[in-house]
Design a protein around this ligand. Sequence first.
Ligand code: ARG
Length: 467
Amino acid sequence: MTETLHTTPANQQWGGRFAAGPAAVMQDINASIGFDKRLWRQDIRGSLAHAAMLAACGIIAPTDERDIARGLEAIAAEIEAGSFPFTEALEDIHMNIEARLTERIGEAGKRLHTGRSRNDQVATDFRLWVRDAIDGLAAQITDTMRALATRAAEHAADPMPGFTHLQTAQPVTLGHHFLAYVEMLSRDRGRLADCRKRLNECPLGSAALAGTSFPIDREATAQALGFDRPTANSLDAVSDRDFALEFLSTASICAMHLSRLAEEIVIWCSAPYRFVRLSDAFTTGSSIMPQKRNPDAAELVRAKTGRVAGALVGLLTVMKGLPLAYAKDMQEDKEPVFDAADALALSLAATAGMVRDLRPDLARLREFAGSGFATATDLADWLVRVPRLPFRDAHHVTGRLVAQAEARGVDLAGLSLAEMREAEPRITQDVFSVLTVDASVRSRTSQGGTAPENVARQAARWLEHLA
Ligand code: ARG
């Protein structure tokens, strides 16, 4: 049987030894232009720096460099305007732009690829893209932190129930709760900064895998592209994607943090809780149940964490076991990174929006802050502080009083002094002063504790820092 698939012409960029073009399915599986066109700005930036360096080193003529620069700028304008003729036959963004350059400026365009390979080119472009994404996300994290710190300052003294195991534990302040997320996001921002520092080395000039025989100046291109230095080993430079993995793991942790706040917002908005209310701007209705007000944005922030973490696991799996140096497998690095960066950007924007939008029901939060024997620890602490019981004994006495109050259907302050004294004769009237929610939160003055004065100070410190 005759093979009828190879009817297209050979690739104009690398097809010298090929008599015919690829099978349709070969082109389909091979082409990345559908998604890597997102690298166009970075690709043009990289090519401008490369051409300038080639001319400065006497590898191409200054007139060629001038034509290349003009041609690339015209191409940037075409892409911006949406008139660039992207084609699958040219596989990826690198060959689409290079072929178009030669189409526009002729001979000089064909000199651009001197002393480089798509392997160092894509590694450079992708580092530049991830670096830009990091800068954008870091700014968004800062904005989300500012939203949280602003609400924290506003609610520094407003009590709410603090939970462990999602069971009422001790009263905390709403401001303290918001500031917990500010701390988490600040570490996320720090991790992004660390990742940026490590990725900021320039692979350009590593060529296919072994370096090049042309007298190139890698310091010059590294500097022109804002890198701290050129990478040190050409094999490593073209074949590792640890910078993308580090970005994805940092993004996963940040998304995980956002998912916890999102989950809390979902719970807090639910009818049995009604701790907060989101406005029409951040809720949706149901097509069948007219009474519904659903916190879809919070649910989606919670869910997008799965995509981001999935991207990390996906790329780790692609990279696992790949022999050095470049392999086409690595073309699969881009979609997970693009998808995770998009998901995280949306999640941060939605989170900042919801934090600014939500209206807490302060009376209800205060009421629940005191329910469920939330000040039992305060009673035990009083027994340690005043009649000087060992903490373990104080815990036991308090436990008996909780059981008694529960049986009678009252809270701890609802027990009489006589009842308390039956459990522990050294208890005095003074104990009732520690059983209120306000007394409880006011007393938590240890460093990092929930006392309103601490929270107000921390919120002010953050707001100043984030200004
Ligand atoms: N589109 C390719 C990628 O993203 C560019 C590098 C191709 N290199 C090669 N030797 N085929 O990985």
